[in-house]
Design a binder for this molecule. Sequence first.
Ligand code: P6P
Length: 333
Amino acid sequence: MALITLSRFLIEEERHKQFICADLRFLVEIVSRACKAISIAIGKGNLAGVLGGAGTDNVQGEAQKKLDVISNEILLEANEWGGHLAAMTSEEMEDPHLIPHRYPKGEYLLVFDPLDGSSNIDVNISVGTIFSVLRCPEGVPVDSDNVFLQPGTQQVCAGFAVYGPTTLLVLTFGDGVHCFTLDREFGHFVLTQEHIRIPEDTREFAINMSNARFWEAPVKRYIDELLAGKDGPRGKDFNMRWVASMVADVFRILTRGGVFLYPLDSKMKDKGGKLRLMYEANPMAMIVEQAGGVATTGRQRILDIQPTSLHQRVPVILGSRNEVERVAGYHRD
Ligand code: P6P
């Protein structure tokens, strides 16, 4: 594969396809540079005193890590001057961040989880950044949450970075899923996988088993059958992986298949689930569907959900088509 940098890929996509325009290309370039800066900050760890708690809680009531706050600031500062955004919102902020009056506004909305899986930061396990791009609807005041409350089918771009042994950037504009690897010597992302496809079948599942006693019957049935292995109704053995960083679990599924489940359980039922719709479930659902997989709550397609609040939580079951459809079938039963 000839060396195609992210910049060249975006320019050629803009030239040949209707999926991307100059402002959206610029937005993705800016976000990719912010991800590089986050990758560098994370890579310093204890050497730069960026590990550990920030001493504050986020809107979810979760203790923030220093790197949660640092990553959020990096993305806000990188994106507010460019003139491509009308507003942005993040897991780490209760309300949207409006573009300061001194800067021009653009037509896009950026929604992100600046550092997903940050509970893994202090134990040196892969974490990431997840982002979603929407168009700002005409006639809706930008300073209201409502401007963001669009179903996932409205996303014009979705992506995530994985800060692991390599720093990766996974992107879709609705025309397939592509992966770029950060070349740390040159400082640019290089195209390393194009039109990624998730295998329709798998023998690998990802779920937090410690929640088993809280699961609903369809999920309990599904997982019990996997655990029964070749002597059980599935007639084959399965393996389990749970990183507790969605970006790492989803990238593994993009690479070799699998099914990821954070289902509705009685522990989180009153909150609607564990994962957040706008900046975790929706971008990952667009990416998984674009790679030939399926993403559902168990009862409905994630991308069809009409959001009712910015930090809304939903159940998430996504990955290899035939497995996810089986789980959804059990919910129908
Ligand atoms: P648990 C990380 O906090 C996250 O939002 C996802 O990245 C991850 O899949 C999940 O929560 C992990 O949840 O309950 O296993 O800690």
